[in-house]
Design a protein around this ligand. Structure first.
Ligand code: ZN
Length: 149
């Protein structure tokens, strides 16, 4: 577990310093605002669809290193995925950070996102890690706003 923890720390710091797809999408088909009042994280997620496929996804906002790194890695992962695949990943991610899915033994499609299983050791940060995913899910479902409380 400690190798995963080192990777977790390094990856979060790196994405926090240099977040990917940290921008607005002009004419986004879908967008939503997500708030995590416990930590003060607030993000807006933008999605542009091409038919049923995520053509572009980006985010803006402010928050702690974990919420930003998670949003950054989420945007990297979702491009080119179908809406159904994106929603399935949201559920897998949510199950991972709440301990219902064991990334080592249960089948999953999380790839690099597995490092976020590291938040299991820091229960207060689970909502930071999952905020961008809740926000994405709200955007895909046509909701404008989501709060993790
Ligand atoms: Zn946070």
């Amino acid at each position: 577990m400690s190798e995963l923890n080192d990777l977790y720390q390094e990856t979060i710091l790196e994405h926090n310093k240099n977040p990917r797809n940290f921008r607005e999408i002009e004419g986004a088909d879908k967008q939503a605002v997500g708030n995590n009042p416990l930590c003060g994280d607030a993000l807006r997620v933008f999605v542009r669809m091409d038919g049923d496929t995520v053509d572009d996804v980006a985010f803006k906002g402010s928050g702690c290193a974990i919420s930003k790194a998670s949003a950054s890695m989420m945007t990297q992962t979702l491009k080119g995925k179908t809406r159904e695949e994106a929603e399935a990943m949201f559920h897998e991610f949510q199950d991972m950070v709440t301990g219902k899915l064991d990334v080592e033994t249960d089948e999953n499609h999380l790839g690099k996102l597995k490092i976020f299983s590291g938040v299991l050791e820091f229960p207060a940060r689970v909502k930071c890690a999952s905020l961008s995913w809740h926000t994405l899910n709200a955007a895909l479902s046509g909701e404008d706003e989501v709060s993790t409380e």
